[in-house]
Design a protein around this ligand. Structure first.
Ligand SMILES: [Zn+2]
Ligand SMILES: [Zn+2]
Length: 176
């Protein structure tokens, strides 16, 4: 048991060290510019919220500009409706409905375009999140703080009227 604890501590220390190296590289080499929100920013920088942090690379527009700085992106982070951990801009998300028994936390973000439809909550895809078995990412958390849907294979099939879909990794080929 003792041995396992030590190994865990070493792994955690290594991970922390590797994170610091990546962060240092971002600080030194990442391009600096003024984002459209009006703030000075780097292309790559640290974003933290609700006790967690990530390195985020800002999406660059075709003309080389960026829409938001990291401080503004940071404010768009939300908490997972199930485990409460942060969901940062750019993170993949799940859309699940709670059972009647589930006490929906106050910070939960709902995803409902049609109020007559079932309640759908925005959740994270962490393996440590509440036990759903497997995670089916149905979107990405995007600026200014909304769900950008990734159509599922069934939805693509329905919309296109194709006979079948060949799924290979991230790509889907529709068979008419
Ligand atoms: Zn800003
Ligand atoms: Zn979660």
């Amino acid at each position: 048991m003792e041995d396992k604890g030590v190994r865990f501590k070493i792994r955690r220390a290594l991970r922390w060290f590797w994170w610091q190296v990546k962060y240092l590289f971002a600080l030194v080499f990442s391009r600096k510019l003024v984002a459209k929100c009006g703030h000075n920013t780097r292309i790559k920088d640290k974003v933290s919220a609700f006790g967690d942090y990530v390195l985020t690379e800002l999406p660059v527009n075709d003309d080389g500009s960026v829409d938001y700085c990291h401080k503004c992106i940071e404010k768009m982070a939300i908490q997972c409706a199930w485990c409460g951990k942060p969901i940062f801009i750019g993170a993949r998300i799940t859309l699940y409905s709670p059972t009647a028994k589930y006490q929906v936390p106050e910070y939960a973000v709902t995803y409902n375009h049609d109020p007559s439809f079932r309640l759908v909550l925005v959740g994270c895809v962490r393996s440590t999140c509440t036990d759903f078995g497997s995670f089916d990412a149905s979107g990405v958390w995007a600026p200014p703080g909304e769900v950008q849907r990734i159509p599922r294979v069934e939805e693509l099939l329905l919309a296109s009227g194709a006979k079948a879909a060949i799924v290979s990794g991230d790509s889907v080929t529709l068979v008419k």
